[in-house]
Ligand binder design. Structure first.
Ligand code: ZN
Length: 142
């Protein structure tokens, strides 16, 4: 659904380290790096495990379930592409697989006044272009 007259939001630029993350996102899956030595999950992707120094890190699927750790509400668009999406909620979420496994993302489908620390969230995937799928989070459906 191209919107040629709508200003683009800034899109992530995958690098060799993060490309498997974005490839998984295009399949609507959330993948995290996992250390093959100690099992620690890492985000954002890193060259070597910060827990044990191991250099063998492979991407593995995670559930996409998370809780809200902290957030900021933007009432002014950070760039023109956000003008019809205000307010923008920038959040840090904690993935359920590992304590302190934090990921920065946008929250969608919830009003700022309903936010609270620990709110259950799930990953949502938005295909922005053929090559880019954004990972965002919204409240868990119950
Ligand atoms: Zn490790």
């Amino acid at each position: 659904m191209p919107e040629t007259d709508s200003p683009q939001r800034p899109l992530p630029l995958p690098d060799p380290l993060s490309e498997p993350f974005w490839a998984a996102a295009r399949r609507h899956e959330l993948h995290m790096q996992k250390c093959e030595s100690c099992g620690r999950l890492a985000y954002p992707p890193e060259i070597a495990c910060r827990a044990c120094g191991g250099g063998r890190l492979a991407f593995t699927p995670v559930s996409g379930r998370a809780t809200l750790h902290s957030w900021t509400v933007l009432h002014d668009p950070p760039s023109p592409g956000f003008r019809d999406r205000l307010p923008v909620i920038l959040a840090v979420v904690e993935l359920e697989e590992q304590e302190r496994l934090l990921m920065s993302s946008n929250l969608i489908g919830i009003a700022p006044e309903d936010l609270r620390i620990g709110l259950p969230l799930e990953a949502l995937f938005e295909d922005v272009t053929d090559d880019c799928t954004l990972v965002q989070f919204g409240p868990t459906e119950r």
